[in-house]
Design a protein around this ligand. Sequence first.
Ligand SMILES: Nc1ncnc2c1ncn2[C@@H]1O[C@H](COP(=O)(O)OP(=O)(O)O)[C@@H](O)[C@H]1O
Ligand SMILES: [Mg+2]
Length: 482
Amino acid sequence: MRLPSIATSLSAKLLVLTILFVLLAEVLIYTPSIARFRMSYLEERLAAAHIAALSVEAAPDFMVTKQLQAKLLAYAGTHVIDLIQPDARVYMLSRPMPPEVDEVFDLRAAGNWALIADAFRALTQPRDRVIRVIDRSPKDRAQRVEVTMDERPMIDAMLDFSRSILAVSVAISLIAAGLVFVTLHALLVRPMRRLTAGVVAFRRDPDGAPPMVPETRGDEIGVAGRELAAMQDTVRAALRQRERLAALGTAVAKINHDLRGILSTASLLSERLTESADPEVRRVTPRLMASLDRAVELCGQTLSFTRDGALPLRRTSVDLRALVEDSGAQALDTVRPDGARVEACWSNGIPEGIVIAADAAQLTRALVNLGRNAIQAGADRVAVAAERRSGPDGAILTVTVTDNGPGLPPRARDHLFEPFAGSARAGGVGLGLTIAREVLRAHGGDLRLVESTARGSVFALDLPAGAASDASSATQRSFVSH
Ligand SMILES: Nc1ncnc2c1ncn2[C@@H]1O[C@H](COP(=O)(O)OP(=O)(O)O)[C@@H](O)[C@H]1O
Ligand SMILES: [Mg+2]
């Protein structure tokens, strides 16, 4: 992973967002203020009109000369002015031929939304209109003023106002965005980039990456930085430990391999002792051979456990019934701890014709481990059956191994599937169940202990049924153990 470029970085996104948000805020402010601006403009006009109309009162016979009337109207920026007194007297100034009115606005009745709508409508008028505006006089609320005027000068003023608001908005948003950008960059983005760069470098090369400079800040970024530094130390330590363990594993595997060869030779040679003339020698020979066999088994089990990495599988099409039969033969070839051979019954309840894609040798190993455990624990009957059921991710073929032994001792149960820890029998290694589970997991399945009582134990081997197929449709039924 590379660090994002400036254009796609957090700072750039924040910059753009800040500009957008400030502009949005300005639009929200602009909407009522343009309406307010139009209202003030009209009120100014009305106030001027009121004062102009008062000249009528002062004139002899309430008649103003034509020249004065034209002047007054020009100053007020209107064509016609009516000032209506509370007693219904009307003072009127008018051009000789007043233009026709296009629209009347009665400000006394206009609500805020209507004023906003009128303002925007005014801005979008295509032609110059003549409007009549009615309101209580801003100079004296008891009097009413009505004026007829051109709309164009007002629109020009509104456009000027809008332009200056736009200029101010852009300036404010640039300044705000710049400030936000600089602040966030210093407070957040730069430390985040440092953290990110540290993580990227660490992932690329955990050992070579420079140690993170510990953050001294008290806020969340400081905590994240310190925690990250601590986590890197933990990961480094774990990696070193893993390396050591791997080296140890290789050494153990080498020793085991040689030891197994030596022990096998010893085991072969000791068979000769059964023909010895000395009865005492003949008496101890089976125990010696059993011990040697156990030692060979220990080496074999440890060897298969210490091999590195995930279990490599060589999948082929395997007939499950034949595989179970074969496993039974190997499991029955088990020696009890006292050296005695066992007489046990291996009941193969797998129907004919179930073919699965699996590593036959590994799967046999798992089944043999389970069978041996049962026989070593004292069972004299082991039954294997299969059943197809549907799990959350598709069909599952479950092979159950049921024995009539004494059940798992508490120690084995507490450390179930823990390598080297789960053994509860003399001479046990504690790898059989671990290896069996590993085999099942490598096949995409799992090994479970279903139940274990004083009357026996049941282990279940789950295999994804994608790996299984029935050779004949006759076996497409659920399998029941015999
Ligand atoms: N079917 C079983 N019945 C009773 N005990 C069992 C059975 N399977 C396993 N155990 C117990 O679990 C322990 C762990 O088994 P395993 O992992 O194969 O290690 P190991 O056989 O080397 O001791 C055994 O020592 C035994 O006590
Ligand atoms: Mg075992």
